[in-house]
Design a protein around this ligand. Structure first.
Ligand SMILES: NC(=O)c1ccc[n+]([C@@H]2O[C@H](COP(=O)([O-])OP(=O)(O)OC[C@H]3O[C@@H](n4cnc5c(N)ncnc54)[C@H](OP(=O)(O)O)[C@@H]3O)[C@@H](O)[C@H]2O)c1
Length: 392
């Protein structure tokens, strides 16, 4: 059975990684989902490993993880899933943005141990961090390449400007990828990072293709996706994946804990939507950026969970007691240097006092950084969402 699946898997659409000759699956796999090691349920861990293995069998050989995911457990699980198949997979992992030079050199040892391998195919900076010079970060990554522990390096959540600066310090070759959020609800990458990747020939790894599972949408939009799906004899989720990877430099990494879903996601790599369907989706799912007064936005413990600490006041944000890196103050300094940030995301407020128009649901550090940078006197770029209930 496995051999047959491999044959099928080999036919999956692959794309070139940046300007290298390396080919990686256009639909890869996110690896989180089973929870932290300390609280993980054995049945979930088994399912996580089985689904990842099935995905690999189906050709989804690019696996994306990070040292921070589930406190390292996602890397451990990935290590178990790829055991005996190291040469068949392409492993991308990420290090925390708070690491300085030596921190990065140390961090990879943990990732290698948890993944049960002696090299990482794609080593990525998880987020930009203005508090640490990118030249220092690149120096550490270059050293890891020289030591044979890393094959390629990539960025994550970098703006074109930040990417360009990072590239200017990397003398050994190309920074092959930038991992950014891209889905039907979050399309700002189309305005900057995707065209920039096309001009500079690097790969965009679209994360959260299913908006972390939040798909409440107007009936008319749902009907549109369903009607397109029906014509191709696929489902709406597959339409979304094939829409994402229809852009030449873009690949994606959906996360699923479900065997049927991983089959559907794998099959989506080989579906080619007609240009007219792509355009219809483009025109229908528009998220226009607006400028909103910051004091009309309420920041509450919305969807709070312990992995995403929230500052609900300016004072808390300045104190940064959770030691978030980059801190709101660090990021404010970047904004003052005219760095453009992704818009924050808002929903209509549930507050009845009349003081607020919106509740903040995504971009809490960016929000406070903006308030600090402009003393609360400048309207913030925001997208107003028509759904509720996402985790940050
Ligand atoms: N670089 C970064 O800063 C960053 C940030 C976030 C995420 N990521 C990466 O991106 C990966 C994916 O993003 P994500 O975890 O945020 O979420 P996602 O892939 O957008 O969504 C996951 C959700 O979609 C559902 N799903 C998956 N396939 C489906 C299908 N065929 N039909 C119906 N539902 C389906 C899953 O449920 P089931 O389990 O029931 O299928 C799950 O609830 C992560 O695993 C991570 O590797 C990177």
């Amino acid at each position: 059975m496995t051999a047959i699946l491999w044959l099928f898997g080999n036919r999956m659409l692959c794309k070139k990684l940046g300007s290298t000759s390396e080919k990686i699956s256009a639909v890869g796999q996110g690896t989180n989902g089973a929870g932290r090691r300390s609280t993980a349920i054995a049945e979930l861990v088994k399912r996580r490993i089985d689904v990842l293995k099935l995905g690999i069998d189906l050709g989804m050989s690019f696996l994306d993880t990070a040292e921070s995911y589930e406190e390292g457990h996602a890397e451990e699980i990935t290590g178990k899933a790829i055991k005996g198949m190291r040469d068949k997979v392409f492993i991308g992992t990420k290090f925390e943005p708070g690491h300085k030079f030596q921190g990065i050199i140390n961090a990879i040892e943990g990732s290698l141990r948890r993944l049960g391998t002696d090299y990482i195919d794609l080593y990525q900076v998880h987020w930009p961090n203005p508090a640490i010079p990118i030249s220092e970060t690149i120096l550490a990554m270059s050293k890891l390449i020289e030591q044979g522990k890393v094959r390629y390096i990539g960025m994550s959540n970098f703006t074109p400007n930040e990417f360009e600066i990072a590239q200017s310090y990397f003398k050994q070759g190309q920074i092959v990828s930038n991992q950014v959020e891209y889905n039907l609800y979050h399309r700002s990458a189309e305005a900057d990072i995707i065209p920039f990747s096309e001009r500079n020939n690097f790969t965009v790894i679209a994360y959260s293709p299913f908006n972390q599972g939040n798909f409440a949408m107007e009936d008319s939009k749902q009907r549109l996706l369903n009607s397109i799906a029906k014509r191709y004899e696929i489902n709406a989720y597959q339409v979304i994946l094939s829409w994402i990877i229809s852009r030449p430099t873009v690949i994606t990494i959906p996360m699923t804990m479900n065997a049927q879903h991983v089959r559907e996601n794998a099959a989506a790599a080989d579906i080619k939507l007609l240009e007219e369907d792509i355009q219809t989706i483009n025109k229908t799912f528009i998220s226009e950026c607006q400028l909103i007064e910051t004091d009309r936005i309420r920041v509450i413990n919305y969807d709070i969970d312990e992995t995403h600490p929230i500052y609900t006041t300016l004072k808390e944000a300045i104190e940064n007691k959770f030691n978030i890196k980059p801190s709101p103050v660090d990021l404010a300094a970047e904004i003052n240097m005219e760095t453009i940030l992704k818009p924050v995301e808002l929903i209509e407020t549930s507050d009845k006092s009349g003081q607020y128009d919106y509740d903040l649901v995504h971009g809490r550090i960016r929000f406070w950084a903006w308030v600090i940078a402009y003393n609360g006197n400048k309207r913030i770029p925001a997208i107003i969402l028509d759904y509720t209930g996402r985790a940050d």
